[in-house]
Design a protein around this ligand. Structure first.
Ligand code: DX5
Ligand code: ZN
Length: 217
């Protein structure tokens, strides 16, 4: 079974909490929280005050995706707020800082995730893989929902699966962007363990059956 992590980025602010609770009650495995700072990506999303009730609702299911530059402060704030898993971007800080942040998350037993833009060579992740619990493969350019899935993500997923096996590692492979029924199938066949889905699930009447279809291996 694949895990499903709905993103509520496309849901208007006042409806987000209710929609998040509904998707969780319909069987979503995680809740994907897209945080944007207007610098790493042009858009700004999810001010911290708005994230707090969502974290509270999702508890162990919260899946924080930080699209912010120099994420140390944001990571500290989310750790203090009790986030169980936090992903940041390799491009958002120096290599040394990435090592330091991943080690910090590991030490305090918060699941550590690393992500990269579609254009960043996947091999750039190699030195970090022994330190991560999760790799988030972007299948769209980060910054907004509703974009088309980039097929180049599939070979990146397959590559990570191969490296994981060869190195005896156990991180999860999560894919984010443009996930719908057909692209979910391709991503799962390539080796994705967790699917983020925004517009395909949010505010959809048949979200329950959509979640179930995405979960099918
Ligand atoms: C994009 C975000 C995604 C996005 C997914 O920057 O990281 O999580 O909300 O939305 P869809 O599924 O509509 O592509
Ligand atoms: Zn995301």
């Amino acid at each position: 079974m694949a895990l499903v992590s709905p993103s509520i980025l496309s849901v208007p602010g006042p409806m987000r909490l209710e929609e998040a609770k509904r998707l969780l009650s319909l069987g979503a495995d995680w809740l994907h929280l897209d945080v944007m700072d207007g610098r790493f990506v042009p858009a700004v999303s999810l001010p911290f005050e708005e994230a707090l009730p969502l974290l509270e609702a999702a508890k162990e299911k919260a899946d924080v995706h930080l699209m912010v530059e120099n994420p140390r402060e944001a990571i500290k704030a989310y750790v203090e707020a009790g986030a169980p898993r936090i992903t940041f971007h390799l491009e958002a800080c120096s290599e040394d800082e990435s090592f330091s942040l991943l080690s910090f998350l590991r030490e305090i037993k918060v699941k550590a995730g690393i992500s990269l833009r579609p254009g960043t060579p996947i091999e750039a992740l190699l030195p970090f893989l022994p330190l991560v619990d999760l790799v988030l493969v972007m299948s769209v350019e980060p910054g907004k929902g509703g974009q088309a899935f980039l097929p180049s993500a599939l070979s990146r997923i397959a590559y990570l699966k191969k490296v994981r096996e060869e190195k005896g590692l156990s991180f999860l492979i999560e894919v984010d962007g443009g996930i719908k029924e057909e692209t979910a199938r391709l991503a799962k066949d390539a080796g994705a363990d967790v699917l983020v889905a925004g517009t395909y699930l949010a505010l959809q009447e048949d979200a329950k059956s959509r979640i179930e279809r995405l979960q099918e291996k």
